[in-house]
Ligand binder design. Structure first.
Ligand code: QUE
Length: 335
């Protein structure tokens, strides 16, 4: 039996990363981060490798995030060091992908959450099927929008700072139509496996010529664009909250309040500050640096272990959150 959580191979001139930890929906642990980082560093200057392809071994999930259950265990054991190192290495991997000198092709054909977007969306080609969806659900576990998405979601070709902030604060599930509308996804294909095979056999341009298609599905984010700008563009969480209260489209506001019903109030305050800081951060690495410093702070606050308990360990969805913290506490670690 194959025990590797990431299968690394070279096929013709393509470096292939296949996420293969199906019982955990491919959630990324430290070993997987190391395997992917080592492979990418080896292929970066290798003239026999023209491109990198990242796929999931199972169609259900591309990747459901970081292995935060393990992170909680470490923190409960009183040891933040290994958890800090895990996240630091994950963010370095995200930056390596975002600055990779070769085509980096991700194929999404199922759930993509959190760290799953980090390991895929910073590359050059983000290819989705109609059944994929993506979300940044960190508010539900008392954490912050990370893996570079608090920076990049404000900059996807057809996104804005307000839309990025909406994605991070509400955990809204983007459909393929939303991802294509925002430019998070660059292409749509029908058959993920057939497309991936042709990326190897024909190269990425040939495979896209053969498989790339379009959809008539409407994007909900596109329909909400003005509502999102009028509310999530307001500034701090206090400003956004007030703008939501005053916003005339009550159907939109009710949907947002429902999406945020399980969110940690402190994490929401912290993430809104992070989005404001990363609006002006020059590079992905600067954005990740803000996430890294803020993440270290937030993981030391009680909502993080409590959120993971309620959502992923006990699965009782009954997190007892602390009262929202002062945004100044978070601003102090942001640049
Ligand atoms: C927030 C998160 C994660 C999450 C849910 C959240 C996360 C994560 C998982 C997850 C889901 C299914 C699994 C698994 C992990 O869920 O990071 O192992 O089987 O990895 O609300 O940040």
């Amino acid at each position: 039996m194959n025990e590797q959580p990431v299968n690394v191979s070279v096929r013709q001139r393509t470096g292939v990363l296949e996420l293969d930890r199906p019982k955990a929906l491919n959630s990324l642990n430290h070993e997987m981060i190391r395997i992917i980082t080592d492979a990418l560093e080896g292929w970066r200057e290798d003239p026999d490798i023209e491109q990198v392809l990242i796929v999931s071994a199972s169609p259900k999930a591309f990747c459901a995030g970081g292995d935060v259950r393990q992170a909680r265990d470490g923190i409960l054991a009183g040891d933040h060091g290994p958890v800090d190192q895990f996240l630091s290495d994950e963010y370095a991997m995200d930056n390596l992908i975002g600055t990779y000198p070769k085509p980096y092709i991700a194929v999404w054909d199922g759930i993509v959450m959190g760290g799953g977007l980090g390991v895929s969306s910073h590359g050059s080609h983000r290819v989705t099927t109609a059944k994929a969806w993506a979300s940044m659900p960190e508010m539900a576990i008392g954490y912050i929008t990370d893996v570079g998405i608090s920076w990049s979601s404000q900059r996807w070709p057809n996104s804005t700072p307000a839309i990025g902030t909406f994605i991070g604060l509400t955990a809204y599930r983007m459909t393929a139509a939303d991802m294509l509308h925002l430019g998070l996804a660059t292409h749509l294909v029908e058959d993920a496996a057939a497309f991936a095979e042709d990326v190897i056999g024909l190269g990425v341009d040939g495979a896209l010529e053969k498989h790339s298609t379009t959809t008539d599905e409407p994007s909900q984010v596109a329909a909400w664009r003005e509502d999102i700008e009028a509310t999530f563009g307001a500034g701090t969480w206090a400003d956004i909250d007030a703008a939501l209260d005053a916003h005339p489209n009550r159907e939109f506001v009710d949907t947002v309040r429902d999406l945020m019903a399980k969110a940690s109030p402190s994490a929401t305050v912290a993430a809104a500050e992070l989005y404001l800081a990363n609006r002006d951060a020059p590079t992905l690495r600067d954005g990740l640096d803000n996430e890294e410093r803020l993440g270290e702070l937030v993981r030391r606050q009680p909502d993080f272990v409590e959120g993971i308990r309620a959502v992923l360990v006990d699965k009782t969805q009954d997190a007892q959150w602390t009262d929202p913290h002062d945004p100044e506490e978070y601003r102090a670690v942001l640049r």
